[in-house]
Design a protein around this ligand. Sequence first.
Ligand SMILES: *Cc1c(COP(=O)(O)O)cnc(C)c1O
Length: 363
Amino acid sequence: MPIPPPQSARSAAPVRSDIAALAGYVPGEQPQGGKWIKLNTNENPYPPSPAVARAIVATTAGRTLAKYPDPLATVFRMRAAEVLGVQPDWILCGNGSDDLLTILVRGFVGAGECLRMPYPSYILYRTLAGIQGANCDEFHYSPDWSLDDGFAAPRAANGEDIKLAIIANPNSPSGTLIPPSRVAQLADRLPCAVVVDEAYGDFADANCLDLVKDNPRVIVTRSFSKSYALAGLRFGFAVAQPQVIEQLQKVKDSYNCDTLSIAAATAAIDDQAWLVDNRARIIATRRRLTDSMRALGFHAQESQANFVWCTHPTRPHKPIYEALKAQGILIRYMNYAGWGDGLRITVGTDDEIDAFLACIKTI
Ligand SMILES: *Cc1c(COP(=O)(O)O)cnc(C)c1O
């Protein structure tokens, strides 16, 4: 057979049609350079523990970086296990908790199968399901941000079995917490694994770690991006019973965490005094931000995280976001189809929040 001549104007090869149809997850704006007050992506406004820089520098010595990292991040698992009161084989590390969410969706939900999540919540879950060719069963929060028993229904609205449920707890954008006793109830009724995404767990009054010990279907994920002030580093972990971790290890990339991030995260979790102090500062500023927004006539949801969800009874939200942006202050404008919109404001330093409040008062 003659070989066809080269085509002069080649078009790009098509990706899978369901990927082409996917909107793709859009993270909050990350302006590079300029003097922004960034209150839009829930980063910690303070520098991380000084132990982190020391650990990173130590890692650059000699031939350490010439070698592949430890695929299981053993030093981190050992240290974290002590801090959390579990065994090291209950922990799986990831390149940020988003990596763990990807591993979990790939591990539990096949193409055409169904993933349940509350709505509105972290939009990435929907994207992960889409990449997997899976369906989303979005279950609306009650007006007080609780989840009624319908969340535990074994089948989706389309009749499919639910293969995985993911609850962000505390939730974004609301900052609200489903009490662990209620999560336990829902997990007991659901026919599948239940991921409790505790990216903001360190700022909350309670967490679901104890549920993992009682129920092999519960998996908790944690992030170093928010409470440990290491969003630029990329590190997170999941806690589940060892037989679950063992299965998930097959799904992850071989070297999903690099040597620098393993060393840095180990140093960070080792400095619990830093965490306690940082948490107290964020919570104090959160109180002040919440009260100030209420004084300005907003409805500010009581938060268990490092951000506050605000809505205004009469003013449209988007122009407020835009006016702040024009003044160099970034907050997050969120608009959820079929639900409504509002403003999510990250708890910054006291100075940042003062500047934000001074600006919003003029709008
Ligand atoms: C920020 C966030 C994450 C992602 O954390 P990374 O560790 O930075 O990947 C996961 N879930 C929720 C709800 C978040 O807000």
